[in-house]
Design a protein around this ligand. Structure first.
Ligand code: ADP
Ligand code: MG
Ligand code: ZN
Length: 608
């Protein structure tokens, strides 16, 4: 893959700061550094005006030069004199106009000699400023080939189609998305075929999916398969410091693409510019609006049949401006889901292609352990496993390497070095077993996969529940059971130690979130609330954001009550379970303190 345009590696400086510094330096120079220009002139003798007139009258002077109020003279021996007159005194006033005298009297333009003094003191700093400005613009524009004022040019990178080799086969899973993409590629390859049928070709295609699901990868594959110039730019690159620059970049980008048609323009992370206008606060807001407007104008301005397709990717379609989603713009959406079991195995396979795997490796098993992993995370698993294999001086990657990599990535690096007191460790152990037991004795909670009190990342301990299969629907009962198991940790602390700790704050946060979404989004709030979706909108005005409820205060109170009821009901259930199985709590927690981790099999053995 070859990038034609140079890459900007330098960090842009804040131009206003630089400007201020330069202005200060300039002022400093011109105020303190006023050069004494007489230094450059020959030594002259200063005399009085009367003396000078005397010398004139005695015919001693060869010439007299009058410049403003300064009078200089030279006698026939080459001696120089200097004196001053009143500014408005004329030659006649001074009686220096006697035609009988040999002295040549010259009146010089006042501006004459002073000019270059002015240049140095006045214009010099300006020139300096201009140079520094150009220097800065070069940094801002950062496109070496664009010259100093290229900052309005598009920074889009062109991927040379011939050099570009990403193939659709390198993208695993997402079958529907690929189907759509094949159509787009076909259009770019044979636009005539579609046009002769009178078929309208989509102008814009929006790739929507969570981070790391392969949106950028898919876009590259489109470029690789379609064999057309591919201009890619990231939304955040548009949001620059000077107003209007983003818009002019868009203009430039579209112009270049049209010249190279058929072509693809890919705007990655378009949510950075495509945020709803009039919402949000802070700087760069006007700029974003102008850039967005320019995109809309350009997309509307495509002549019918222009074989330019605008691809855009986002993980936040909800924040995109509605105007972007109207027909004739990004009228097609391609949803890219998190990979399911099958796709995960394929993705693992793709990233295993250039690696040595041991005989024992079972990627299917790894796929089953990585529910909820994105493509990027799976790639990371492979990579971590390879690094571990190298570290252990192995010739190939083993299943163990892969399994450790999965754990490492999902829970952060195991940090045994962290010093935790015995008392804390004890609290953590009961807390985690509390989660596990409360979850185990509910009907719908996912099975416990592992309990550990080895701190990883920011979590002190972890109870890992793992679904047996991918699920797409969450039932009311399951969400409730999840709350019960989340309450288990805090409840165990309360029962054993008589108080709770800050360790449960994340649990509480998750519980409230689940309860709130049950009541407000899924219509699970009970009779009092009914199956109604309650939305909270935020709206911006003059840089301020307001939250606007689409329901009355009375309803808000009811919602709060329903949420509280749910949370408390789950807490009671957790308490009931843990009281009933207090002996197990004790036993497992003690074992956990000793072993540090309890596997699924070990955990299940307690119930036989
Ligand atoms: P996104 O743009 O959606 O955030 P990327 O396209 O940047 O995600 O994905 C990051 C990396 O993850 C890709 O370069 C690729 O190596 C890997 N990846 C993600 N999804 C897939 C997939 N479906 N098949 C193969 N590799 C994938
Ligand atoms: Mg991306
Ligand atoms: Zn917890």
């Amino acid at each position: 893959m070859k990038k034609i345009a140079p890459k900007n590696t330098r960090k842009p400086v804040n131009p206003f700061l630089v400007l201020l510094v330069i202005a200060l330096i300039g002022a400093f120079i011109s105020l303190t550094f006023k050069p004494d220009l007489s230094f450059f002139q020959n030594k002259t003798q200063e005399i009085s005006l009367t003396e000078l007139i005397q010398k004139y009258n005695q015919d001693e002077l060869k010439d007299i030069k009058i410049k403003g109020s300064e009078v200089t003279a030279e006698d026939f021996q080459g001696n120089k004199f200097k004196t001053f007159k009143e500014p408005f005194a004329t030659v006649a006033d001074l009686k220096l106009d006697n035609p009988a005298k040999k002295t040549k009297v010259e009146i010089l333009d006042t501006s004459g000699e002073k000019m270059w003094e002015d240049i140095i003191l006045g214009i010099g700093p300006v020139i300096l400023l201009v140079f520094l400005f150009m220097f800065m613009f070069r940094r801002v524009g950062a496109g070496g080939e664009h010259g100093p004022f290229g900052f309005g040019k598009s920074k889009a990178k062109i991927y040379d189609p011939k050099m570009h080799k990403t193939k659709l086969s390198e993208v695993a899973g997402m079958e529907e998305a690929k189907e759509e993409v094949v159509e787009i590629i076909d259009f770019l390859k044979n636009p005539k075929k579609y046009q002769s049928m009178g078929a309208k070709i989509p102008k814009g295609v929006l790739l929507v999916g969570a981070p790391g699901t392969g949106k950028t990868l898919l876009a590259r594959a489109i470029a690789g398969e379609a064999h057309v110039p591919f201009f890619t730019v990231s939304g955040s690159e548009f949001v620059e410091m000077f107003v209007g620059v983003g818009a002019s970049r868009v203009r430039d980008l579209f112009k270049t693409a049209k010249r190279n048609a058929p072509a693809i323009i890919f705007i990655d992370e378009i949510d950075a510019i495509g945020k709803q206008r009039g919402s949000g606060s802070g700087g760069g807001h006007d700029e974003r609006e102008q850039t967005l407007n320019q995109i809309l104008t350009e997309m509307d301005g495509f002549e019918p049949g222009a074989a330019v397709i605008v691809l855009a990717a986002t993980n936040r379609p909800d924040v995109l401006d509605k105007a972007l989603l109207r027909p004739g713009r990004f009228d097609r959406r391609v949803h890219i889901d998190m990979p399911d079991m099958n796709a995960r195995e394929k993705i693992l396979n793709i990233h295993a292609q250039n690696k040595h795997l041991s005989q024992d490796v079972d990627l299917k098993k790894i796929a089953s352990k990585t529910v909820g992993y994105s493509g990027a995370e799976l790639e990371n698993v492979m990579n971590e496993a390879a690094i571990a294999a190298v570290k252990n001086r192995k010739k190939s990657i083993s299943q163990e390497n892969l399994e450790n990599a999965v754990e490492k990535i999902s829970m952060g690096m195991a940090r045994k070095s962290r010093k935790i007191t015995d008392k804390e460790l004890k609290i953590i152990a009961y807390h985690e077993v509390g989660h596990a037991l409360a979850g185990h004795f509910t009907e719908n909670c996912e099975p416990v996969h592992k309990i550990s009190i080895i701190s990883r990342g920011s979590a002190l301990g972890v109870t890992w529940f793992l679904p047996e299969e991918d699920t797409y629907l969450n039932s009311e009962q399951k969400m409730f059971d999840e709350m019960v198991s989340l309450h288990g940790g805090r409840m165990a602390e309360k029962m054993i130690f008589g108080q709770t700790t800050t360790g449960a704050s994340n649990d509480l946060e998750r519980i409230s979130k689940i309860a709130r979404s049950m009541v407000m989004t899924y219509g699970m709030g009970g009779k009092d609330i009914g199956p109604v979706v309650f939305a909270e909108k935020s709206r911006g005005f003059a840089g301020l954001e307001f939250h606007e409820k689409e329901f009355s205060e009375a309803t808000a109170e009811k919602i709060d009550q329903a949420v509280k009821n749910l949370v408390e009901k789950a807490e009671k259930e957790a308490e009931r379970i843990l009281k009933k199985h207090a002996d197990l709590l004790e036993k497992i927690a003690q074992d956990l303190l000793e072993k540090e981790t309890i596997s699924r099999e070990e955990f299940l053995a307690y119930f036989e």
